[in-house]
Design a protein around this ligand. Structure first.
Ligand code: ZN
Ligand code: ZN
Length: 247
């Protein structure tokens, strides 16, 4: 009887383990309690400087880079109480060395540098509470790789890669689930708007921060500010015309 119970218990444990394929790093960003909102700042260190190239050796556009990062952050924020707020980047050039200072730096800095040349490793993301000063949460893409809009094994896409690396930056290790975004070979996506998380990824992030909904707050792009000013000036002109016509 005792043996039977132990056997059943073993089966239960084995089943539970196979259901939870995600792996936690054991580190996380500070949170008051499970499910409480967490606000993290992010910045583009050198990611928008034209140093990331596509398979034709042309710079990946700012719209694709910002769109990919924002979509990847939104996916994680759609299932956990994580609020991402973009801030202007300050801080030293991107490297894997300890930074001399960290005051005022964003929690998650996105950048690029040579990691291991073309192929193999495409990017890396530092866990929260990285022992290397200033690197916690930072995500670096290999600028010796070539970045496609629709990802393939040879030419990955930024969206699929960013989703995976942000998972590390939030405290997830590699999942054992072949289908998970956090599986070592990350999913290639088919362009902006095609990103997704799997149930295993969602269970993993919710095990760390609890279930909930967060948000993404990008800084307005310079072009957007010009448009907004133009729109305001136009509205002002219209109201002046109306007033001068006595409307
Ligand atoms: Zn790096
Ligand atoms: Zn990874």
């Amino acid at each position: 009887m005792i043996r039977t119970s132990a056997y059943i218990l073993l089966i239960f444990i084995a089943t539970a383990r196979s259901a939870d394929a995600f792996v936690l790093t054991g580190t996380k960003w500070p949170q008051a309690f499970l499910g409480a909102p967490v606000t993290l700042t992010y910045s583009y260190a050198n990611l928008l400087d034209g140093g990331l190239l596509d398979p034709n050796n042309q710079p990946v556009s700012t719209a694709v880079i910002r769109g990919s990062i924002q979509e990847a952050l939104s996916l994680w924020a759609s299932v956990a109480p994580l609020n991402f707020v973009e801030v202007p980047d300050i801080g030293p050039p991107i490297s894997d060395s300890q930074y001399a200072f960290t005051t005022g730096m964003a929690d998650i800095r996105f950048g690029h540098h040579l990691i291991d040349g073309f192929g193999n490793v495409k990017a890396h993301g530092y866990y929260p509470s990285s022992p290397v000063l200033g690197l916690s949460g930072d995500v670096h893409f290999d600028d010796y790789d070539r970045w496609a809009y629709v990802g393939s094994l040879t030419y990955p896409d930024l969206l699929g890669c960013a989703e995976h690396e942000i998972g590390h930056a939030l405290g997830l290790d590699h999942s054992l689930d072949l289908n998970a975004v956090m599986y070592p070979t990350f999913h290639r996506m088919n362009g902006l708007g095609t990103g997704f998380l799997t149930p295993d990824d969602i269970a993993g992030i919710q095990a760390i921060y609890g279930a909930g909904k967060g948000s993404v707050h990008p800084l307005p792009e310079p072009g957007t500010i010009v448009l907004a000013v133009t729109a305001l000036a136009f509205a002002g002109l219209l109201s002046w015309q109306r007033r001068s016509r006595g409307a």
